[in-house]
Design a protein around this ligand. Structure first.
Ligand code: NDP
Ligand code: TDO
Length: 301
């Protein structure tokens, strides 16, 4: 049975990986706080070695985009240094590492969807530290896959879908930015693709399977359109409909700057691995089924 070490014990992606890994009969070993703190890289080695992994999936990160502006050193330790240390260990153990990165490594001034060959130029502390993580991994081992994803949502943890449903509890309308474009991505869809890739790279040393890949849900939208789809889906399931007022980014000031366009092309992933994620609208239905129809919003906290 393949042993998959995953960083993160309470996050969206690591939770989805656990759920699917169990179904597929993989041994998923999750490491995280309090035993392993990625801000203190010396807490990682014993846990990684004890897990005897066949592959590492580096999912955990400092993901509080606005808060990172005030805590750049901590964000850099977790998003920059820790992946480098994980990759060093992967190299020593002679196993592949798959690492989650972000659309926020891009500046957002491109017209079309970003390709893997486009130059990153992050505009936030979070984006800069995630780019540093990519670089530190690549410096440690060639046996790596960097997976840039975006706008992740799921029934678990914190995300935009759950934020909107929570706002609906106290508001009849909400102002949402309409000039940032991206690709929402459902964590359980990601888990399907990530585990398929992990199984392939664990047995195939073909260099074309390595390197950077973009991994997002099919289709694109804006945060305002995404919010509208969330409330329509909510109303269709007997939940509340809330009016979305589209606004400009300048009317929603935040500590961190976000890219105006962070759409990612999934073409390389499709051509290399033959893998695509589901359209985000279909996945949003699955997510809302679990959150509203099955009443998990309250339970998940
Ligand atoms: N969420 C998104 O929209 C996007 C995410 N990504 C990337 O995808 C990956 C997964 O994201 P997602 O699942 O949404 O993240 P979450 O914010 O849901 O979870 C982050 C995980 O990292 C863990 N973590 C944070 N700090 C530490 C630390 N110091 N030591 C140990 N564990 C720590 C958290 O544990 P704890 O609960 O203890 O804090 C949690 O398990 C990340 O690498 C992220 O950068 C990329 C693009 C979009
Ligand atoms: C809650 C809220 C947000 N917004 C805006 C702020 C921001 O521009 C946009 C999204 O807000 P959030 O803070 O929820 O999302 P944000 O933290 O920017 O999400 C990002 O997380 C990191 C981890 C990533 O890697 C990215 O891919 C992306 O998913 O919506 C509104 O306009 N109105 C609102 O009521």
């Amino acid at each position: 049975m393949m042993r998959v070490l995953v960083t993160g014990k309470h996050g969206q992606v690591d939770t989805a990986l656990q759920g699917l890994g169990d179904q597929l009969g993989l041994e998923i070993i999750r490491i995280g706080r309090p035993e392993v703190d990625l801000a203190q890289t010396d807490t990682m080695e014993d846990a990684v070695r004890a897990a005897r992994p066949d592959v590492i999936i580096s999912s955990a990160a400092y993901t509080a985009v606005d808060k990172a502006e005030a805590e750049p050193e901590l964000a850099q330790a977790i998003n920059g240094e820790a992946p480098g240390e994980l990759a060093r260990l992967a190299k020593e153990l002679n196993i592949p590492i798959l690492h989650l990165s972000t659309d926020y490594v891009f500046a957002g001034d491109k017209d079309g969807a970003y390709e893997e060959t486009d130059l990153p130029a992050p505009v936030s502390v979070y984006g800069k530290t995630k780019l540093s993580g990519e670089e530190q991994i690549a410096a440690q081992t060639d046996n790596h896959v960097i997976l840039r994803t975006a706008w992740v949502f799921s029934p678990y943890g914190n995300n935009f879908v759950k934020t909107m449903l929570r706002l609906a509890e106290s508001r009849d309308e909400v102002n949402v930015v309409a000039d940032q474009h991206g690709c929402p991505t459902y964590a359980p869809d990601m888990a399907r693709v990530i585990l398929a890739m992990a199984q392939q790279v664990a047995i195939d040393d073909d260099p074309t399977l390595r390197g950077i890949f973009h991994l997002t849900g099919q289709g694109e939208t804006t945060w305002a359109q995404f919010a509208e789809a969330i409330f329509e889906g909510s109303a269709n399931r007997g939940g509340k409909w809330v009016q979305v007022n589209p606004i400009a980014t300048t009317d929603y000031p935040t500590p961190a700057k976000r890219p105006a366009n962070s759409r990612l092309s999934g073409e390389k992933l499709d051509q290399t691995y033959g893998l695509v994620l589901d359209p985000w609208r279909i996945s949003l239905d699955s997510c809302l089924d679990r959150l509203i129809t099955q009443g998990n919003l309250v339970k998940d906290g």
